[in-house]
Design a protein around this ligand. Structure first.
Ligand code: KG4
Ligand code: ZN
Length: 312
């Protein structure tokens, strides 16, 4: 819950443990768990907020309607419709990725023009924002998203899901400096490509037999972060930006965060690096994007559906 752009109450119900044994999110399990957890999350937030009357005190209810898994989106959208009806407040439909873009605004004002690196389980994008709500994709992924690469490589290394935090954890114990994985940095485009890197890790494991997993994780993390930072640096050389924002689950990565900070300091650009809990999926970022959309008068009809492949 937000009040004037500040978080007044929040809860996150993660279900990573449920999917860990499967090495990735199992859609059927995800939607069932959403159905179980959603009413408890809503009542938790209401209790924390201590609003005397949500119907009187809330300006609207924001919900993600895409992109993502159909069953999970449907649980959220149905619950938000029920709240909107019960409290007679506007329903606001939010693009999940716009939510990630807005996480930074919960920390500090984002000066425009801004360059955003959006890196999650399903997306790797460099986005330029010159005016509020207008997004221009400067580069995207040609194959795997950055988070997907972390998850797949973690699986190859026998680490659990989600792979990003696991790789980060074991990389701290390793030294990847003697392994050099490819970066796919070539060319003048701002697009990313991570499938070659994943294949290189697979090849390395096949050739070298039993390896030090910590070292391989460290070398892999270095290669991903290098590739992301390289493209951010390229974009900064192409145009003058007033801020660089990072968002999405991979933006919780400590090495990436420090690399972006260094890049921005060197370029004299403000870096907006949200705390880690606002980088991975959360409701506060959806409320922030929802407040922006509501401010533009964009209220959703109560028969709105979901859009699993929505794009910014
Ligand atoms: O944004 P997010 O929570 O969910 C999606 O919208 O996809 O991102 C999840 C992704 C997963 O692929 C996960 O492995 C990755 O973000 N991730 C990380 C870290 N924490 C989460 N990747 C690298 N380092 C991390 N610390
Ligand atoms: Zn996300």
């Amino acid at each position: 819950m937000l009040k004037r752009g500040r978080v007044t109450a929040e809860t996150i119900v993660a279900q990573n443990d449920l999917h860990a044994d499967f090495g990735g999110v199992v859609p059927e399990l995800a939607s069932r768990q959403h159905a179980r957890a959603i009413t408890r999350s809503i009542s938790d937030v209401l209790r924390q907020s201590q609003l005397s009357s949500p119907a009187k005190d809330l300006d609207g209810v924001a919900v993600t309607y895409g992109p993502g898994l159909a069953g999970s989106l449907m649980v959220g959208v149905s619950a938000a419709k029920a709240l909107s009806l019960a409290w007679d407040v506007p329903l606001v439909a939010v693009d999940h990725m716009e939510g990630h873009l807005f996480a930074g605004t919960l920390m500090s004002p984002v000066d425009l023009p801004s360059l955003t690196l959006l890196v999650s389980g399903g997306h790797s994008q460099l986005i330029e924002i010159t005016e509020p709500g207008r997004y221009v994709e400067l580069g995207g992924t040609l194959d795997d998203a950055a988070g997907e690469a972390f998850d797949k490589v973690a699986r190859l290394l026998g680490l659990s899901f989600p792979g990003g935090p696991e790789i980060e954890r074991v990389a701290l114990l390793g030294d990847g400096s003697y392994i050099r994985f490819p970066r796919a940095l070539s060319g003048d485009t701002l697009d990313f490509s991570f499938s070659g890197l994943k294949t290189a890790v697979l090849r390395y494991l096949e050739i070298h037999g039993p390896v030090n997993v910590n070292d391989v994780a460290a070398a892999f993390q270095e290669a991903v972060v290098d590739a992301l930072a390289h493209k951010v640096g390229m974009a900064l050389r192409k145009r003058e930006y007033r801020s660089v924002v990072i968002g999405g689950g991979v933006a919780a990565n400590t090495l990436l965060r420090s690399r972006i900070e260094e890049l921005c300091a060197a370029a004299g650009v403000k870096a907006v690096i949200p705390p880690k809990r606002l980088c991975t999926d959360n409701g506060a970022m959806i409320a922030a994007a929802g407040a922006f959309r509501l401010g533009l008068g964009q209220v959703a009809a109560l028969d709105i559906g979901i859009d699993t492949s929505l794009s910014l």
